[in-house]
Design a protein around this ligand. Structure first.
Ligand code: CU
Length: 162
């Protein structure tokens, strides 16, 4: 009989750990889509080819997203890399966009979490998060960093789903 290693973290424990590890706005991953989010996430995620996922990279620093205008197509798999090249934590926060996508998984410095929905993403200084997702609902959504004052310094953007 093969035993699973005792240190194996379940996704729920890992998500909880991520939530605790963040400071400020913190990273918050939902275990099931909250109200207002797209449903049928598992079916939507399994309906696309992840070997063909389109890579998109956004760099974050003080105080901007580069690029700050992002465009995605519905029904296409994406691998979004968020590189914090700054000296402080930044968040990638877009409630409207998060509600409009089906998430496959999120990879942070702490590991990979299978999660259907994003509530908030905080990327510590010098770290990189990767989000794999499928856009579902078309629309134009505001992007902002929710660290104190950052959006006022211009750390905002726009995400369009076509
Ligand atoms: Cu910021």
């Amino acid at each position: 009989m093969i035993q699973r290693p005792a240190t194996l973290l379940t996704p729920s424990i890992l998500a909880f750990t991520l939530l605790l590890a963040g400071c400020g706005a913190g990273t918050d991953l939902a275990q099931r889509p909250p109200p207002g989010y797209v449903g049928d996430v598992a079916a939507r995620v399994s309906a696309v080819d992840w070997a063909q996922a389109r890579p998109v990279t956004v760099q974050l620093d003080e105080f901007r997203f580069q690029p700050d205008r992002l465009s995605f197509e519905r029904g296409t798999s994406y691998r979004l890399t968020l590189e914090n090249r700054g000296n402080v934590a930044h968040t990638f926060t877009s409630e409207g966009f998060f509600k409009a996508i089906a998430v496959r998984r999120v990879t942070t410095a702490q590991g990979t979490v299978e999660t259907p929905a994003l509530v908030n993403l905080e990327i510590p200084a010098g770290q990189t998060d990767v989000v794999e997702f499928v856009p579902v609902e078309a629309g134009t959504y505001d992007l902002a960093c929710h660290e104190p004052l950052h959006s006022g310094f211009g750390m905002t953007g726009t995400i369009t789903v076509r």
